[in-house]
Design a protein around this ligand. Structure first.
Ligand code: ADE
Length: 251
């Protein structure tokens, strides 16, 4: 997977993407991350890339031409028209399935806006996907691009070791992850659930499944609709709900 990031702050991308699992994947040749500085494509001697919006209004807009030239430099380099993701609160909200789908591409371009946005005409010409990372407004597209690259990278074969593999994590199977514990057996008076010390793998799996169901039912009930849940498990969830309701009525 080759990520190309069109940005006014290349150092933010370079520094944000060179540690931990992503840094290791880059060193191992599974990923490349190239930050393309839009300012290098400014067509005036002051390297100015923004201007006032026609019709008035607050703030400055990024101009079309430097963004287009930065994009074109990537297109020329890779010899094809890649998918171009524009990070914007107006886009579709990012989720795990989108990460899985984007991970199938060979090249992805992220376009990071700043100021009050980017001249609409260049967006119409180059952007294939408008994506938001949530219903809040950030100062620029770099953090959302890094969030997306992180989650897409995890889906690229070879990036995670077998042990780190995403299989049992939150959102695979559509449920939240079960709680985990490491040594010591008791910490601040809190004990590790005894079943985890039993060595009985079927019981451990059953306990973990139940914890995942319980957490999802409690904190993200919206996810239950699309998760794989048996009739027996639905009965369990209904039972818990009755108990939780009785508890809140008591308080
Ligand atoms: N740019 C500013 N806010 C954003 C958000 N929530 N998602 C994606 N891009 C953004």
């Amino acid at each position: 997977m080759n990520f190309h990031v069109l940005t006014l702050f290349p150092e933010m991308i370079e520094q944000g993407m060179n540690t931990s699992i992503i840094g290791r994947a880059i060193a191992g040749g599974y990923l490349t991350v190239q930050a393309v500085n839009i300012r290098d494509f400014a067509f005036n001697k002051h390297q100015k890339v923004d201007d006032y919006p026609y019709g008035g209004g607050a703030g400055m807009l990024m101009q079309a031409e430097p963004v287009y030239l930065a994009y074109e430099s990537v297109e020329k380099k890779i010899g094809k028209k890649p998918r171009v993701i524009y990070l914007t609160p107006q886009g579709r909200v990012f989720h795990q399935e989108m990460a899985r789908e984007f991970a199938r591409e060979e090249d992805l371009v992220f376009l990071c806006g700043h100021y009050e946005g980017i001249d609409e005409r260049v967006l119409e010409e180059i952007v294939t996907d408008y994506v938001s990372i949530g219903d809040y407004v950030l100062t620029g597209g770099e953090l959302p691009a890094m969030v997306m690259m992180d989650s897409i990278s995890r889906m690229v074969p070879g990036v995670l070791s077998n042990q780190e593999s995403g299989e049992t994590e939150s959102f695979s199977g559509g449920l939240l992850e079960y709680p985990q514990y490491s040594r010591p057996e008791e910490w601040h008076g809190r004990k590790v659930p005894p079943v985890l010390l039993s060595g009985h793998h079927a019981n451990i799996d059953a306990w973990r499944r139940e914890q995942s169901l319980m957490r999802t039912a409690k904190y993200r009930p919206d996810l239950l609709k699309t998760a794989d849940i048996t009739n027996k498990e639905w009965n369990l969830i209904r039972q818990w709900r009755k108990e939780w309701k009785a508890e809140t009525n008591k308080e």
